[in-house]
Design a protein. Sequence first.
Length: 113
Amino acid sequence: MLEAREAVDRYRLPDGRRVLLENIFLLDADATKDLAPGGPCPFLGQEAWISAEGRFNPCCAPDAERLSLGDFGNLDGLGIREVWTGDNYRRLLASYSSRGLCLSCNMRKPVPA
C-alpha cells in the first residue's frame, strides 16, 4: 500500500494528473478479528453479483465463505427487486457488522481516527 502511494507521487498520467487510488487503506496490524472496526461494507446495498446459475450473491467473497451469509434467492425464479428488498437481504444489511466473514473482510473502509 505504501509502495502504491509512492508510485502515485512518482508516476503521473500522460496529462500530468495523479492516478486515483480508491479503496486502498492501511489496515491496523493489531486488528486481527475486525480489520476495520466500525467500517462500512462497500458492497451491501450498492452492488450485487449474480452467479452463472442465477444465484444472487451479496459480495465478492470466495463462494465457500460467502454462502455462510445466507441464501438470497435465484434470479431464475425471482426478480432482482424481490431479492434486493427481501427479508434475507435486509437481515444481512442489519447484521453484517457482527458476522465473522464481514469482520475479517479487508474490503471494508476503515473509519477515520
